[in-house]
Design a protein around this ligand. Structure first.
Ligand SMILES: Cc1cc2nc3c(=O)[nH]c(=O)nc-3n(C[C@H](O)[C@H](O)[C@H](O)COP(=O)(O)O)c2cc1C
Length: 291
């Protein structure tokens, strides 16, 4: 009932673990085998230590983070994911140009079902939202040489133009959205809270923004869309599906509820579908686009 195929990947349900959430070690990712797919932490060519602390701050309606793409570099990471027991592992990668993207994609491709290109980190300069729009097409073309389905993850900034470039380069799916550039001030000391000052905002508060992005992407392009941002329960998933998403990713929801969020949502989703006479996920996809 919950199965869905997206970019040639068969998933037992439309829920994916979002990148950056417990995606660094084999043990932490294997806990999510009941998700339709698991996306790794974003991995680059070289090791990055990330930004100075604090890198994480909980606000009233979401969380701010500026981890700084901390990762061990692709060679070390491959040692970690070799032999991992995950049905659908998707490798998230980043790079400052098409050469770096292509290098990391070539190395990770053998170990993953698909590659997700992170082109939307809100605080990592050229590794993210500042990756030039006019270079996206070529970067995607180079990653496609790894012969795996390619998901391109975009942020709210200039999303339709960037999606157009990604699709021209051969993207098999668009993932929307990443956390949104934001900050908080500690008023006792009169300084920004985060070590990097600026971070990314995620969780409940960004859901309407992400829903708008998914709706616009699904209205303008034929490639499947994966919605991300603020998913906490089955009603959120249904909203994303109706806006045109074929699947959703969950990040901050895992921080609030732990890995059981996936089985809870699957149960709620099946109950809702039965009650409302939907046989399969595809029957819900894009319903709001038709009205
Ligand atoms: C602590 C943290 C680390 C993240 N790291 C990454 C990352 O490495 N790569 C990436 O593409 N997105 C990263 N994200 C963004 C999430 O994958 C997701 O797009 C965003 O948080 C919105 O979804 P949510 O509201 O369900 O968290 C990170 C988010 C958080 C909260």
């Amino acid at each position: 009932m919950l199965e869905i195929v997206i970019a040639r990947i068969k998933m037992k349900n439309p829920l994916m673990l979002a990148s950056g959430i417990l995606g660094l070690t084999k043990e932490s990712m294997e806990k999510f085998n009941h998700a339709g797919a698991v996306v790794t932490k974003s991995i680059g060519k070289e090791e990055r230590k990330g930004y100075k602390n604090p890198v994480f701050y909980e606000t009233e309606c979401g969380i701010l983070n500026a981890i700084g793409l901390a990762n061990p570099g692709i060679d070390e990471y491959i040692k970690e994911i070799k032999g991992i027991k995950i049905e659908n592992l998707i490798g998230s990668i980043f790079g400052k140009d098409e050469e770096e993207f292509s290098y990391v994609a070539g190395k990770i491709s053998e170990y993953v079902k698909a590659i997700e290109m992170n082109m939307s980190c809100p605080h990592a300069k050229k590794f993210g939202i500042e990756f030039p729009t006019e270079e996206i097409k070529e970067a995607v073309e180079r990653v496609k040489e790894a012969k795996k389905p390619v998901f391109v993850k975009l942020g709210v900034e200039n999303i339709l133009k960037r999606a157009e470039q990604a699709i021209e380069g051969g993207a098999d799916a668009i993932v929307a959205i990443n956390s949104i550039k934001a900050m908080a001030i500690n008023i006792e000391v009169g300084k920004p809270v985060l070590g990097n000052k600026i971070g990314g905002y995620s969780g409940r508060a960004i859901k309407p923004i992400a829903i708008r992005c998914v709706y616009e992407l699904a209205s303008n392009f034929d490639v499947p869309v994966v919605g991300v941002g603020g998913v906490m329960n089955a009603y959120d998933v249904i909203e994303y599906l109706m806006a045109g998403a074929h699947a959703v990713q969950i990040g901050t929801g895992v921080y609030h509820m732990g890995e059981k969020i996936f089985s809870n949502i699957c149960n709620e989703l099946m109950e809702w579908m039965e009650k409302n006479n939907y046989e399969k996920i595809e029957d819900i996809v894009g319903l709001a686009l038709k009205k």
